[in-house]
Design a protein around this ligand. Structure first.
Ligand code: ASP
Length: 591
């Protein structure tokens, strides 16, 4: 038999159409006088009836069918009896089978292929081909394909060239550990797999390719917390002579094209733009979740004149009070303890609360409030009319930077707990002008916050001469992150195109002249022969698809992902190599 229709096609065809379908047995219900088989292919599922009044042969064959057999069914569609009509695609019809051919038998699978899959993730990854038969997974892979197709179409139409850069190269510093590959021909030498195509895309700009993109795999050997994978996919993009606004418009248009193609959604353009300092001050985060307001406010002045010594003493030391207001909430003892624990876990000494709209002062520090009217006025942006003036201030006392970090996190927890998030809203924003450097939490040393090729903001260039690490930390970069619903979707920047400035920046992060020469000499050389100003960005494809399909797990949007220990249960990678390979690669086991 030859396949004539996919399930999607037979569902779209008029009822009564003759067809040969091919697919997998997804389910079987034997009613004695009739056997129903649910047939599944990539395109859908359809109820097929093996009815002896239509075909005795089909009925006999259906008795032998088991889950996941590959079959060919020849027959035609007929309407379902009225009371059995369902409102899913194809729920108005069934396929009456005349001839059955078993194309391939299947052993009993280790887990049932069903939407509400019961298997552990380890099992799903070991038998990934079974897991990928599930409709949700087919949908995820389909949306991923649609997203990258929309990206390619959009960028190609703007004159971009898609160019591949090498997998085997030298280290590209993005702040992670490299995966390395031993060279057989150069004993004792190694290639590094790219953490990103950063250096090559900048070289392409020096070649005069003014609009480049690629959708490459980027490899980073990191400890895999949560949603990290050793290899992730980016839309890697670079442009010469482009202003920041031109790049923003291009990326906004690309995202709009993707959202339209995959979800039929119309994104509101342009996205909001917000300097890093403002995002930190208003949301306590460099990736603010803009699906709800409840901004972090500095309430220190509202405490002026209080007789609470701990507040007065704190403020005298330079500490501040920062808080978030949640409308309609009043806290029981139990809830106050819960939120106090949450604040302490985030590093606060304690939590201060003031409730508005209660008859007598309520909240842990309400009795110290000098003038309640000021707290009421400050709550106005977040107070819902229907709550009639009721609500709670959640506050912490401490140094500003620490407060903002704590309140930023607490704001997210409050948003989730009290359902403040507007789930139907896409909270896009450009966060711009981050610090160029940050202090590495482990080593205490000054390290590039984005990467070493980012250009400082012109206004802060002079500070690069400083040898004071504290002053270096105040330099802002000409960079930007694209944020969606509180998550970073992309980072990019204006690049340094002056080789002397690049050298200076590499030195500032502790590289010696010899190290610079040996690792980046070739790169700096390219900038001597006419380097255009250029900027770029790299949105993460996996994250983007996660948002489009609404999953929290990156492993749901990658066909063959790795586990949290960077292994592949399907193939058993990483695995040992033959003795001959050890020898050939000039490698020796330490033990
Ligand atoms: N190479 C950077 C990254 O992988 C992105 C960029 O600056 O274009 O994060």
């Amino acid at each position: 038999m030859k396949r004539t229709h996919t399930i999607e096609q037979i569902i779209a065809a008029p009822i009564g159409e003759e067809a040969t379908l091919m697919g997998w047995v997804a389910g079987r219900r034997d009613l004695g006088q009739l056997i129903f088989i649910t047939l599944r292919d990539r395109w859908g599922e359809l109820q097929c009836a093996c009815d002896p009044t239509e075909s005795h042969e089909a009925m006999l064959a259906a008795e032998k069918l088991r889950s996941e057999f590959v079959v060919a069914f020849n027959g035609m569609t007929r309407p379902r009896p009225e009371k059995e009509v369902r409102d899913y695609p194809g729920g108005d019809r069934e396929f009456v089978v005349r001839h059955v051919e078993v194309v391939a038998q299947a052993e009993t699978p280790p887990f049932v292929v069903e939407e509400d899959v019961k298997a552990s993730e380890e099992m799903r990854l070991k038998y990934r081909y079974l897991d990928l038969r599930r409709r949700a997974m087919v949908k995820n892979l389909t949306v991923r394909h649609q997203a990258v197709t929309a990206i390619r179409n959009h960028l190609n139409a703007q004159g971009f060239l898609e160019i591949e850069t090498p997998l085997l190269g030298r280290s590209t510093p993005e702040g992670a550990r490299d995966y390395v590959v031993p060279s057989r021909v150069h004993p004792g030498k190694f290639y590094a797999l790219p953490q990103s195509p950063q250096l090559f895309k900048q070289i392409l700009m020096c070649s005069g390719i003014d609009k480049y993109y690629q959708i490459p795999r980027c490899l980073r050997d990191e400890d895999l917390r949560g949603n990290r994978q050793p290899e992730h996919t980016q839309l890697d993009l670079e442009m010469s002579f482009a202003t920041r606004e031109e790049l923003f418009t291009l990326i906004e248009g690309t995202m709009a094209a993707v959202w339209k193609e995959c979800l039929g959604a119309k994104l509101q353009l342009p996205f909001r733009r917000m300097p890093y300092d403002e995002a930190m001050a208003r949301f306590g985060s460099d990736k603010p979740d803009l699906r709800f307001k409840n901004e972090v406010q500095d309430l220190t002045e509202l405490w002026e004149g209080t007789d609470a010594n701990f507040i007065n003493d704190g403020v005298a030391q330079g500490h501040r009070v920062h808080g978030v207001f949640v409308s309609g909430v009043s806290l029981s003892r139990k809830h106050l303890d819960r939120w106090t624990d949450a604040a302490k876990e985030l590093g606060a000494g304690g939590l201060m609360t003031v409730e508005l709209g209660s008859e007598k002062p309520a909240g842990s520090v309400a009795r110290f409030v000098p003038e309640m009217a000021k707290f009421e006025a400050a709550s106005a942006p977040d107070l819902k009319k229907s709550d009639e003036g009721k609500g709670t201030w959640f506050m912490v006392l401490g140094p500003t930077a620490k407060n903002l970090k704590i309140m930023g996190q607490l704001r997210l927890q409050l948003g989730k707990h009290y359902e403040l998030i507007n789930a139907g809203f896409w909270g896009w924003a450009w966060i711009v002008d981050f610090p160029l450097y940050e202090k590495d939490e482990d080593t205490g040393e000054v390290a590039p916050a984005h990467h070493a090729f980012t250009h400082p903001l012109a206004a802060d260039l002079g500070k690069l001469l400083s040898d004071d690490p504290e002053e270096l930390l105040t330099i802002r970069a000409d960079n930007y992150d694209l944020v969606l619903n509180g998550e970073e979707m992309a980072s990019g920047s204006l690049r340094i195109s002056d080789p002397e400035l690049q050298r200076k920046v590499l030195k500032k992060i502790g590289m010696s002249d010899e190290q610079i020469e040996s690792r980046f000499g070739w790169f700096l050389e390219a900038f001597k022969y006419g380097a255009p100003p250029h900027r770029g960005i790299a949105p993460g494809i996996d994250r983007m698809v996660m948002k489009l399909v609404g999953t929290d797990s990156i492993r749901d949007v990658i066909a063959f992902p790795k586990t949290a220990t960077a292994s592949c249960p399907l193939t058993g990678a990483p695995a040992d190599i033959d003795e001959a390979q050890w020898h050939e690669l000039n490698l020796k086991r330490l033990k």
